[in-house]
Unconditional design. Structure first.
Lengths: 588, 77, 46
């Protein structure tokens, strides 16, 4: 089977093309030795396509370029699919000239033909093909037109074979660009249009000196409002009502004649545990929808641009902004997306700060406590926690940068792509996928942990017992002394925090089982406002779930993983302590 | 004269670039070479980073790096 | 009575199996996509 290497600049629709060609027939992994993602797939099971990372050239400095270069030098590809942006050919063709040096056939896929046509650019495809010595296939952004032609060409295997001796060895960038300019002069007819693109118009407002920052915070705030006040939380409340006042009474009835231990397992254990977490599905989906919208529209690149100056104080560049934003969803992909940073030190620093961006899984815990202890001020309380995480990230960034991660500045240059109206179909599909993922997690992991907790809380070594003498209580009592200075040292809380190592939502699930009954009411009698907030601070900061630790280990090694575990535990303890003591001092 | 000295929307031609080696290499690969037309499109609220337009694409670079890109008024040598 | 025991055994077996699978998965660093963003590289894998 032949292998094709898919190469192109970032932001030209390469991933989209890869998905169209390979469908679900893909495998995502890692290139050996570097933290660069490797994607392989198959077209109709007849052609293997390897998606190489998006690069601008083969020889500047990044890991991505090294990976691509090695792949071609090792003769792993039979031919190259070089995807370029037809509305921006000049810069895109620089890479093409470098690819010619490998002497294998190149199929030049001109993407975004519709955009270039609307800009008044006319391209003579056959002349271009002749001058560059490549096969040319135009496709439009909707991909439907042209994609079938491309597939036929790829499977047919008959394309312009590379001349054995080609004159594409340029001494330097200037020679290459001079050549490109001369070719384009022959092949392109541009009807000059002075019409401002919609991107320019939007950026006038978004990047305006006075409006940029306020607009940015307004957008983030709106997303939070949407999540907590307008849609997410109210729906969560409704779900909660359905379970407490609908499902549970029905179950009570059904099981009224069964053994008490059995109904306890079902109602207190399973429904109590899983129910406490599932009700927060609307909250999670709302936040996710908001952030995805920002990512897909292209606004995120602007955010990185705006935030660069501030991020530099933190020891990072604006490019690290996106992994940090991803961290508000889940730390695992956030740490992995730190790969877009081109310096190893920056990646490590970013990975250490990512968990401070409160992940989605902690949200249910905040939501419940906020509703119970700070009714009417939920948004403010939760927002304050997120803000605290960010502030601490700043502080620690500065600290780390001046000690462990001495200056190793990576060059800062980001392309600002055109704005794109997010396809709502895609957005909703992603959101639904996420919902499915969350429900699956609840139905499996949280379910099994709830059962385990129920068991450990109902038994000890001499059989069934009341909760205060159970195995769980012993474990809890053993670790709880650490939490005495923090104000929430009951064994129930200690154990719940421990289970949070599996997944943060589990904290709530565990509490649901352990405290039993109406969780909100039980919490009110086990915490004060101050200890509740101190508890939330601890939840915000302490060691993330096992997946994150494992990801740290996979990306950066054991030492980093262990360091991150301990530094986060210590940080959580210290800050929680300060918050609690300060709280008592000021408010008691 | 460097890019930083341009007014927003003003165009000029690249004279030479200096500074961080890695950045220079990346800039040249993007077509920022002697004689290329460049335009200062925008800047962030505190004047840093800047948005420049090179061969049809917008890029952000930091002010301190932009200071190392010197420009001239005409395309001739 | 017997039905209860049967159901309980099934529940515990399922729970045990799920935990085992999960620990294996987590130890190899796979994200559990309960909270992933559209930039997650694993996302395209359908």
């Amino acid at each position: 089977m032949k292998t094709a290497a898919l190469i192109g600049n970032p932001n030209v629709g390469k991933t989209s093309l890869f998905n169209y060609l390979t469908g679900s027939n893909q495998y995502v992994g890692n290139w050996a030795g570097v933290t660069v993602e490797k994607k392989e797939g198959f077209l109709d099971n007849k052609l293997k396509i390897v998606d190489l990372p998006g690069i601008y050239a083969m020889d500047t400095f990044s890991n991505e370029e090294m990976v691509a270069k090695k792949f071609l030098i090792d003769k792993e590809a039979d031919f190259i699919i070089n995807i370029v942006d037809a509305s921006n050919l000049e810069r895109n063709l620089y890479l093409t000239t470098q690819l010619k040096e490998y002497n294998i056939p190149i199929i030049l896929v001109l993407n975004m033909i519709d955009v270039s046509e609307s800009k008044g650019i006319e391209i003579n495809y056959s002349l271009l093909s002749e001058n560059l010595g490549v096969s040319v296939v135009p496709i439009s952004a909707s991909k439907i037109k042209g994609i079938e032609d491309l597939k036929k060409l790829l499977l047919g295997g008959i394309f312009l074979s590379a001349p054995t001796d080609n004159d594409f060895h340029f001494q330097n960038e200037k020679e290459a660009y001079d050549f490109i300019s001369s070719v384009l002069l022959k092949c392109i007819n541009k009807k000059h249009s002075d019409k401002k693109t919609s991107t320019e118009i939007i950026d006038r407002i978004v990047l305006n000196k006075i409006l940029a920052y306020p607009l940015f915070f307004l957008i983030l705030f709106l997303i939070f409002k949407f999540t907590f006040s307008w849609v997410g939380q109210p729906l969560a409340g409704f779900l909660s009502y359905v379970i407490d006042d609908g499902l549970i009474p029905v179950l009570n009835n059904l099981l009224s004649n069964s053994s008490p231990w059995f109904s306890s397992l079902i109602i207190n254990g399973i429904v109590g545990g899983v129910g406490s977490v599932i009700v927060f599905l609307p909250v999670i989906l709302s936040l996710f929808l908001g952030i995805s919208f920002l990512e897909d529209s292209g606004y995120m690149a602007r955010a990185a641009f705006i935030m660069d100056k501030a991020m530099r104080k933190m020891g990072l560049s604006g490019k690290a902004f996106i992994p940090l934003i991803v961290g508000f969803g889940c730390s695992v992909p956030a740490i992995m997306s730190a790969r877009t940073l081109e310096s190893e030190k920056d990646r490590k620093l970013t990975a250490l700060l990512v968990p401070l961006m409160s992940c989605n899984a902690r949200l249910p815990v905040y939501a419940l406590f906020a509703a119970a202890f700070f009714p009417g001020n939920e948004t403010t309380v939760v927002f304050s926690l997120y803000l605290l995480g960010i502030l601490l990230a700043f502080t620690l960034g500065i600290l780390f940068k001046s000690t462990i991660f001495k200056k190793d500045e990576e060059p800062f240059i980001i392309e600002l792509p055109e704005y794109k109206a997010p396809e709502f179909k895609n957005l909703l599909a992603h959101t639904w996928d996420k919902g499915k993922g969350f429900l699956k997690k609840a139905g499996t992991l949280i379910f099994s942990i709830s059962v385990a907790i129920w068991f450990l809380s109902s038994f000890n070594f001499s059989g069934m017992t009341d909760i205060n003498h159970s195995i769980l209580a012993s474990i809890g009592n053993f670790i709880s002394p650490i939490f005495i200075p923090l104000g929430f040292s009951s064994w129930q809380n200690s154990v719940s925090l421990l289970t949070g190592l599996m997944a943060k939502e589990v904290i709530l699930g565990s509490m649901g089982v352990i405290y039993g009954g109406n969780l909100r009411v039980s919490l009110l009698s086990n915490f004060t406002q101050i200890s509740a907030y101190s508890f939330l601070v601890f939840v915000l900061l302490y060691t993330p779930c096992v997946s994150v630790i494992a990801t740290m280990k996979k990306e950066f090694g054991n030492k980093m993983a262990i360091f991150s575990v301990f530094y986060q535990l210590s940080l959580a303890w210290i800050v929680s302590f300060i918050v609690y003591r300060l709280g008592i001092l000021l408010f008691k | 004269m460097s890019i930083c000295d341009l007014e927003l929307g003003e165009k000029a031609y690249i004279h030479s670039i200096a500074g961080n080696e890695k950045l220079m290499k990346r800039l040249m690969a993007l077509g920022c070479i002697e004689g290329t037309e460049v335009c200062l499109k925008n800047s962030a609220p505190f004047g840093d980073p800047l948005v420049i337009n090179l061969r049809g694409c917008d890029f952000c670079i930091r002010k301190k790096d932009a200071k190392n890109i010197s420009i001239k008024d005409t395309q001739e040598e | 009575m017997y039905l209860e025991i049967l159901v309980t055994v099934i529940i515990f077996a399922a729970a045990g199996f799920i935990m085992y699978k999960n620990i294996k998965k987590k130890a190899s660093g796979k994200c559990d996509c309960g909270s992933c963003s559209s930039h997650c590289p694993n996302y395209k894998k359908k």
